[in-house]
Design a protein around this ligand. Structure first.
Ligand SMILES: Cc1cc2nc3c(=O)[nH]c(=O)nc-3n(C[C@H](O)[C@H](O)[C@H](O)COP(=O)(O)OP(=O)(O)OC[C@H]3O[C@@H](n4cnc5c(N)ncnc54)[C@H](O)[C@@H]3O)c2cc1C
Length: 522
């Protein structure tokens, strides 16, 4: 039997960064919101990104000035809203006159006309001008500006081959992507939204002035009446649009797979590297989870279900070889401890290469006269999720009159109610209040939960007061929090999305977490 739930204003399909961001914004405007995610929050693209709040330095090559400007100013808005899970990072771009850039960008084409001898290369003055523009386009207060580096004898030069003598250093932001999603969902819930995980939307159809959305989940089959529907299915957006919602739209999404590898820590400082490859592509090497280095990404057309995306051996070797062109010590498959892969849902715009396809989002409104509206979300970036949510609600406003105005620009996410400069003090205070929590543990807690770390550790006086110890500082108290407050149900939710403790726990420890969840998370 199909149960009927109470009616809502907005039904959101998909619990990635865009679905959760829209649900949060809408709930804060006073709308009654329900969100259904077929698996775990952030189970798809939103946990598989490079995790950068970035202006998109490489989009300058495409002269996408507006896209870059908007993303640049948004970086600081986001870091202030979530100073626990995001922070500024410095990027070192080693310069070599032989570096090759993509040949089909507008900048490349212009250069080959006026300086034909450059053939895909870039003079140093041009990179410096690009970075100068990057510093000044979006207005920068939190993030330090660009500088030139002499790599000889410097910590940044130490791991690099001797041929790299100069570099440029610039700023971008870093974010724990899967935590960004779950904190948006928590804030949405705190503002009245109904968040349902492991609940798949199997059909949505118009019925008079309403949508009837059918879901299958822990409560069985249910029907939900809604005044409007947002399709934030990411890589599934087209499938939901044409299959689940039965639209005859001709819009397409192009799926582009990107893979990352995580290696043992390859160098000792806390800056990232921006490497330009001989094939015109770029990759990043980023300090990761205190003891590791994250390297990515690849780009390849993806066939099949987005959930089957995996880093292939070729992609792994490509990333190792690419990095080895820069580092003195060769990076090999033996250094790789983990890989992950995700699928970008790009709006099909006829661009020929995967790299050139636009990263800007497209919000497609389907609202025939007198019928309830649907909004389909194509593309977007982690960096643009908040603005995307604002734009989505602006499009829906005529169909959901009475909603409040934009409010998220100055609002922090749960646990992020402090200034970015105070993060060191918060880590020190946590260790001081709980003397059995050492610095590394305290840092992990603040970087995951911010000021909510105190709620998790509660009145504990000793480590034993936190219940069972699962290893790598994961205690029963934290697991309970993840189940009660963050919708964690399965071991992957805990070790690869709410935390990255999968990098540290051994097989027996993972099994104990799994068994505990089976007993306590239903
Ligand atoms: C390799 C890579 C690197 C990237 N790096 C960056 C970066 O550094 N910075 C940046 O800003 N952006 C980056 N991005 C882009 C960014 O990650 C994505 O644009 C963003 O995560 C898309 O989020 P989404 O919510 O649209 O999709 P998703 O996160 O995929 O969410 C869609 C959700 O919908 C759910 N769903 C699907 N069908 C149904 C259904 N029928 N019922 C219920 N739920 C359903 C899915 O389970 C999924 O969880 C990167 C992307 C990739 C692939």
């Amino acid at each position: 039997m199909t149960a009927r739930t109470d009616a809502v204003d907005l039904f959101v399909i998909g619990g990635g960064v865009n679905g959760c961001g829209i649900a949060r914004d809408a709930a804060g405007r006073g709308l009654r919101v329900r969100l259904a995610e077929m698996g775990d929050l952030a189970q798809a693209t939103s946990s598989a990104s490079t995790k950068l709040f970035h202006g998109g330095l490489r989009y300058l090559e495409y002269l996408e000035i507006n896209l870059v400007r908007e993303a640049l100013s948004e970086r600081e808005v986001l870091i202030r809203a979530m100073p626990h899970i995001s922070w500024p990072m410095r990027f070192v771009l080693p310069y070599s006159a032989n570096m090759r850039f993509e040949s089909d960008t507008p900048v490349s084409k212009m250069l080959s006309t006026v300086m034909p001898w450059m053939k895909g290369k870039r003079p140093s003055w041009m990179i410096r001008s690009g970075l100068f523009l990057y510093d000044h386009l979006g207005g920068q207060h939190l993030l330090p500006g660009t500088k030139r580096l002499d790599l000889r004898g410097s910590p940044e030069g130490a791991p690099l081959k001797d041929e790299f003598v100069h570099a440029f250093e610039y700023s971008d932001g870093w974010v724990q992507d899967a935590r960004l999603v779950v904190l948006n969902a928590r804030d949405a819930e705190a503002r009245g939204a109904d968040i349902r995980v492991r609940t798949k939307v199997i059909e949505a159809r118009r019925d008079g002035g309403h949508w009837i959305v059918t879901t299958e989940g822990p409560n069985g089959r249910e029907e939900h009446l809604a005044r409007a529907v947002v399709n934030a299915g990411g890589p599934w957006v087209e499938q939901i649009l044409k299959g689940t919602m039965g639209s005859a739209s001709r819009e397409h999404v192009r799926l582009v797979r990107g893979s990352h590898i995580v290696t043992r820590k390859l160098y000792d400082h806390d800056k990232c590297y921006f490497f330009q490859g001989s094939d015109g592509r770029i990759i990043f090497a980023i300090p990761y989870e205190q003891d590791f280095t994250l390297i990515g990404t690849t780009e390849a057309a993806h066939e099949g279900s987005p959930l089957t995306a995996e880093c292939t051996e070729e992609e792994r070797d490509y990333l190792c070889d690419f990095t080895s062109q820069y580092f003195k010590e060769e990076v090999t498959a033996d250094d790789v401890v983990w890989t992950y892969s995700g699928v970008r849902p790009l709006y099909e715009d006829g661009a020929s290469s995967a790299t050139a396809a636009t990263r800007e989002y497209v919000l497609s409104l389907d609202a025939p006269a007198g019928q309830p509206a649907a909004l389909h979300v194509f593309g977007g970036k982690i960096t643009t999720y908040r603005r995307l949510a604002e734009d989505a609600l602006a499009k829906l406003r005529p169909h959901l009159p009475g909603m409040g105005g934009p409010w998220t620009k100055d609002a922090h996410l749960p646990g992020g109610d402090f200034a970015p400069e105070e993060v060191g003090a918060k880590i020190a205070k946590l260790s001081q209040d709980y003397p059995f929590v050492d610095r590394k543990w305290a840092e992990r807690m603040i970087r995951h939960y911010g000021t909510e770390a105190w709620a998790i550790l509660g009145a504990a006086k000793t480590r034993d007061d936190l219940g069972r110890d699962f290893g790598a500082t994961l205690t029963e108290a934290e697991l309970r929090w993840l189940v009660d407050k963050e919708w964690a149900r399965k071991v992957e939710d805990v070790i690869w999305r709410r935390t990255k403790l999968g990098l540290r726990l051994d097989a027996d420890q993972v099994n104990s977490v799994s068994a505990w969840l089976e007993e306590h998370a239903g």
